[in-house]
Design a protein around this ligand. Sequence first.
Ligand SMILES: [Fe+2]
Ligand SMILES: [Fe+2]
Length: 280
Amino acid sequence: MTVSEEVMQRLEAVSFPTPPAVVVRLVQLLSKDNVTAGEIADTMALDASMATRVLQLANSVALGAGSQVDSIPEAVLRVGVEGVRDIVFSLAMVGAMRPAHFDYRPFWRHSLAVAFTAQSLQSRAQHLSSPFPETYTAGLLHDIGMLVLDRALGAQYCDVLAAARTTARPLSEIEHEMLGTDHTLAGGRMLEIWHFPDLLVDAVRHHHKPWVTGHVVTRLVHLADFICNRQGIHHGSGHFPQSCAARIWDELGIDESELPGIVASVQTDLARAEAVLATA
Ligand SMILES: [Fe+2]
Ligand SMILES: [Fe+2]
C-alpha cells in the first residue's frame, strides 16, 4: 500500500467531530436572504455562555469604540445582525475545534484574520453585484482540513508541519509529498460529511487553486489567505508568498495597487481576530 493510499484509508476511518448545534443552526441561517435578530437570539440560546461572550466581544475596542453595550439588541445595533451571527459562529468554532498536536492559537488567528480580510476584500471588489453572506464563514473554515489531518494522523502530522516550517514552503506542497493528499481535500470532505452548503465546501477545497472553480467566494478566500500569509499571519508554517495570480485580482475587480491600503486594514482585522481568540 502506498503512503497516499494508507493516509486516505485513515482519513476515511477518522471519526469526525459533530459540529456544535449553534454552528449547524447558523449554517442553515446563512443561506437565508435576511437573517433576523430574533433568529440569532434563538440560536444563541443553544449555548448558555454565548450571550455573555458576544457582549464581551461587542464591547471590545476591536469591534469599534463607543458606549457600553449591555444587551444583544444593542450589540446588533452596533455590529449588525450579520456581525453578531459571525461572532457567534467564530466563538463556537474556536471553542469546539482544537487541534490535539499543534498550537490552536496561530491556527485560529490565521483563520479569523482570513475571514475578516475576505470580508473587507468583498467590499472592495468591483465585479460583485451583491455581497455573499457566506464569505466570512468560508474564510474562517478554509484551513479546517488541518484539524482533520491532525485528528487522523496524530503525531505524524506534526512531522509534516515541522517540515513546512523548516523549509518555509507552502504547507500543501509538503502535505502532498509526505501524505499524498492535503488539508484542502481533507477539509472539503469534512464539510461534505457535515452537510455544509456546496459554496463552503468549494471554498475550502479550492482555496489554493481558485481558478479550477467558478465561485467568487473561493477567489476572495484565496486572495485573503495570500495577503495574510504575506503579512506573516500564517498558521505557523513560516511561508511568506510574494505574489498571487494577476487574474484573481482582475476577476474580482480589485486593483493590485490597492494592496498597501488592504494590508493596512489587515492590521485592524488581526486585532479583531485577537479579540475573538481572547474571548472564545
Ligand atoms: Fe490552506
Ligand atoms: Fe490559510
